[in-house]
Design a protein around this ligand. Structure first.
Ligand code: SDX
Length: 431
């Protein structure tokens, strides 16, 4: 971020104010309004933050018009095809691709933190078996704040490092435990001789009654899905983690807040909602009915997995996910998956419809992910926990960047007040 010595002039109530213009390394310039209220006694108004930069960051860059997603400058399609998730975790956390030795050390540290405190198993038994796994993850990850007291001093760089590694390492274990608890099967402990994605698949799908060999096709697809969901600038759940952490709160509790936000169907919960929508549509002949509903202002129905606040031409992750769907389903021998056929026909008909073109609505990361996850054997209720598992590295990288910023301040937005002006209390007998 560079101060351009350029300013924007604001004329207000007979006064003029010079607002500094800050220039990024990529993307639109930023008007610095930090002194606006103290100078001009006015707030800016931007519910939903459609035009507001909440922070400066060097982790992820999105160009919504061009469909570009960079993690520390590296395009997502290159990372998805040439890298792997733990290497992307290193890149997001530390800002550069690791050397072979750095990567080996990082993977070893993550691998050796994958088990959870044995007493945490008891938290699961407090939930109903049919509890949504996202409810369980929100609760159990929040409970980590009651266990790992040696990594909660956010001003100690070593404790920040340990908390980061613990969260990246333990999230797959907790997500798998939530799944096993939901289906009434015993928890499966992680194994140190398996890579990150293979470990997660084994913790989800193996049973004590027989050996389980991880299918390398599934493991590669799982790892790619983790990479595609790792970070995404200042989305709702990341902004939640930043705001919660700005008070200096326990990092585990702040990540739990991010999980809660991600769960919403407008955000990470869309992958579950999208597959459920595709199943409700069923066959391609019913697509026009649902497209009509999505266009009907009187119908709250929206095409789940479509649209994005930032991407206005295509979501590069959806492009990679669609290619992966074709590849994984063919390799799994389910290339004639009727849901995939319906999804592709829905995408075609929607993109041919002026409504979606005019509103720049395209498939997002959640449109195809559920098709792959279901083909891999996951129930729809596990789709968002997998998104949360992946996004944990993004949340924790953004958290680390904020905590390490000497200019960090507690987040405290103001408001446009539309309520009653001051009035005197009236006794109940006189009301
Ligand atoms: C994620 O921010 C991120 O980066 C998020 C994410 C990440 O990696 O963190 O990318 C992950 O959350 C992806 C988005 C998943 N959500 C869905 O797929 C749910 C369906 N999509 C939406 O509800 C919507 O598109 C949002 C929430 C994604 C974006 O909403 P915006 O930017 O606030 O846009 P909007 O709701 O103001 O919609 C603009 C117009 C509206 O019509 P008008 O009022 O202008 O007439 O487009 C319409 C909307 O009605 N519209 C849709 C639509 N999405 C928007 N119409 C039909 N179907 C849709 N999916």
């Amino acid at each position: 971020m560079t101060d351009t010595n350029k300013t924007a002039t604001l004329s207000l109530k007979g006064e003029t104010y010079e607002l500094p213009i800050l220039s990024p390394t990529a993307g639109p310039d930023v008007l610095d309004i930090r002194k606006l209220y103290s100078q001009a006694d006015v707030f800016t108004f931007d519910p939903g933050f459609t035009s507001t930069a909440s922070c400066d960051s060097s982790i992820t860059y999105i160009d919504g018009e061009a469909g570009v997603l960079l993690h520390r400058g590296y395009p997502i399609d290159q990372l998805a095809s040439q890298s792997h998730f733990l290497e992307v975790c290193y890149l997001l956390l530390y800002g550069a691709l690791p050397t072979a030795a750095q990567l080996e050390d990082f993977e070893s540290r993550v691998t050796n933190h994958t088990m959870v405190h044995e007493q945490m198993h008891r938290f699961f038994t407090g939930f109903r078996r049919d509890a949504h796994p996202m409810a369980v993850m929100t609760g159990v990850v929040g409970a980590m704040s009651a266990f790992y007291h040696d990594s909660t001093d956010i001003h100690d760089p070593w404790q920040r490092e340990v908390a980061s590694i613990r969260l990246i390492a333990k999230m797959p274990t907790i997500a798998a435990m939530a799944y096993k608890y939901n289906i009434g099967q015993p928890f499966v402990y992680p194994r140190n001789d398996l890579d990150y994605a293979s470990n997660f698949l084994r913790m989800c799908f193996s049973v004590p009654a027989e050996d389980y060999v991880v299918d390398p096709i599934l493991s590669r697809a799982m790892d790619r899905i983790f990479t595609l969901h790792a970070d995404h600038e200042q989305n709702a759940s990341t902004s939640t983690v930043r705001l919660a952490s700005s008070s200096g709160a326990n990092p585990f509790a702040c990540i739990a807040a991010g999980i809660a936000c991600l769960w919403g169907p407008a955000h990470g919960g869309a992958n579950q909602a999208c597959l459920e929508m595709l199943k409700e549509i069923g066959t391609p002949d019913r697509i026009p009915e649902f497209i009509a509903r999505a266009k009907d202002k009187n119908d709250p129905f929206r095409l789940m997995g479509f649209g994005h606040r930032v991407y206005k031409n295509f979501d590069p992750r959806a492009t990679v996910m669609k290619e992966s769907a074709d590849e994984v389903l063919e390799l799994l021998g389910v290339e004639n998956n009727p849901i995939l056929a319906t999804a592709k026909e829905l995408e075609k008909q929607a993109l041919d419809d002026p409504y979606f073109a005019e509103k720049k609505l395209f498939p997002n990361v959640d449109f195809y992910s559920g098709i792959i996850l279901e083909a891999m054997g996951f129930p729809t209720s596990m789709f968002t926990p997998i998104f949360a598992l992946s996004r944990t590295v993004g949340w924790i990288s953004q958290w680390k960047e904020m905590i390490e910023d000497p200019a960090m301040k507690i987040g405290r937005p103001r408001q446009l007040y539309t309520g009653e002006t001051q009035r005197d209390y009236v006794d109940v007998e006189k009301r």
